[in-house]
Design a binder for this molecule. Structure first.
Ligand code: C2E
Ligand code: MG
Ligand code: MG
Ligand code: MG
Length: 284
């Protein structure tokens, strides 16, 4: 997204703004109906420990099972949801469903299983963000220590003072904080040791650049080295090949996530694998 300051704060501009207004109105109406009809689904992508091959976390990724258009991805409807503020209902839905699903798997014998959820800038900038988030988490009896929120550098840089206050509150409650798409935003590295951050997620573009340890890998090398120095956990996104996995493992990247282990899947498919305590992530 490219952001610009509007008179009522930040607005998000994306391709959906150039599609004709009839289409947009239809989409907005459909999205409202989708919320009522429970067509929004939460899929989960495993985050795998690079040394043990075990699933340590699940990232919740929203999908829209559209009655006519089939399975829609976040890029197809989240920009519109953000413009129309429907995003808060979408987020509530994702949070509720994810706390239910992952909460159950935690109770069923995966006490350390982590739930990673993506938060939209609109959500985080809301004055009562921490309160609203924690209300949902506690309503489901979901353990705060098993929750990791994913935000981007841009969200932090928008309003460093406000955000740091909120993140400190969350960290005090035991919630973990991850920086998503690390290295792709407009940011300063200064915030890294000023904020209670637990995890850096290396953006897929840097993982793609790994090819036999050539120059392409130098950004991944630098990010992992920095994370080690700052004692941050590191998750590599978009791992698709054995070569990327081996390289990341050799660097000491703690966790990997990507099509190599599998795409995001519906809850019923994930629970089958989690039920088997000896199953390695490879069986995804
Ligand atoms: P993200 O958080 O960076 O999520 C990673 C995206 O990469 C996901 O796309 C995932 O399906 C995709 N991916 C995973 N492994 C691979 C791989 O090996 N190769 C490739 N090429 N792609 C891979 P998805 O699900 O389409 O989500 C896109 C973005 O939408 C997410 O980026 C996240 O920023 C946002 N998003 C998804 N769900 C939610 C949500 O519930 N709330 C909010 N606010 N944002 C969400
Ligand atoms: Mg994410
Ligand atoms: Mg990402
Ligand atoms: Mg992304």
């Amino acid at each position: 997204h490219v952001k610009a300051r509007g008179k009522d704060g930040y607005r998000f501009f994306s391709e959906s703004m150039s599609i004709d207004s009839v289409h947009r109105l239809n989409l907005e109406r459909d999205l409202r109906l989708a919320l009522e009809r429970n067509e929004l689904k939460v899929f989960y992508q495993p985050q795998v420990c690079s040394t043990t091959n075990r699933v340590v976390g699940l990232e919740a990724l929203v999908r829209w099972q559209h009655p006519e258009r089939g399975l829609l991805y976040p890029r197809d409807f989240l920009p519109l949801a953000e413009e129309t503020r429907l995003i808060s209902q979408v987020s509530e839905h994702v949070m509720d469903q994810a706390c239910k699903d992952v909460g159950q798997w935690i109770r069923e014998g995966n006490p350390d299983l982590r739930l990673a959820v993506n938060l939209s800038p609109v959500q985080v900038e809301h004055p009562r963000f921490v309160e609203t988030l924690m209300q949902r988490v506690t309503a489901h009896g979901f353990p705060a220590k098993n929750l990791e929120i994913e935000i981007t550098e841009n969200v932090i840089m928008n309003d460093l003072e406000q955000i740091s206050q909120k993140l400190r509150e969350l960290a005090t409650l035991g919630v973990r904080i991850a920086i998503d798409d690390f290295g792709t935003g407009y940011s300063s590295l200064n915030y890294l040791h000023r904020l209670p951050i637990h995890t850096l997620k290396v953006d897929q573009s840097f993982v793609k650049a790994i090819r036999g340890g050539e120059d392409g890998a130098c950004i991944v090398n630098a990010i992992v080295a920095m994370a080690h120095g700052l004692k941050l956990e590191i998750v590599a996104e978009g791992v698709e090949t054995d070569e990327q996995l081996e390289y990341l493992r050799s660097l000491g990247c703690h966790q990997v996530q990507g099509f190599f282990y599998g795409p995001a899947r519906p809850a019923n498919e994930i629970s089958q694998t989690l039920c088997n305590p000896n199953a390695e992530a490879v069986s995804f």
